[in-house]
Design a protein around this ligand. Structure first.
Ligand code: FES
Length: 79
């Protein structure tokens, strides 16, 4: 089971968190038992907007997260 925490706070949402969330939810349809998605309101990393969006894959914190990076981190753990 991979736990993905995605920040859906205002800063992160402004810079693409919801796109990442949508991609993750689509991926979860293929791996319903292996991926757990948790929405978080703020991970306190957005004092510098360059850090947003913020995603945590298990214990690994990703700042300035991009879809492809998040998906590949998740898939590394699913497979
Ligand atoms: S809104 Fe995402 S870390 Fe603060």
């Amino acid at each position: 089971m991979v736990k993905v925490q995605i920040c859906v706070g205002s800063h992160c949402s402004l810079v693409g968190a919801l796109n990442i969330l949508e991609t993750l939810e689509n991926l979860k349809e293929d791996y319903p038992e292996q991926i757990k998605i948790e929405r978080v309101k703020c991970m306190d990393r957005c004092g510098d907007i360059k850090n947003a969006p913020v995603v945590k894959v298990d214990d690994e914190l990703l700042t300035s997260a991009q879809n492809q990076v998040v998906i590949s981190k998740v898939m590394e753990r699913v497979e």
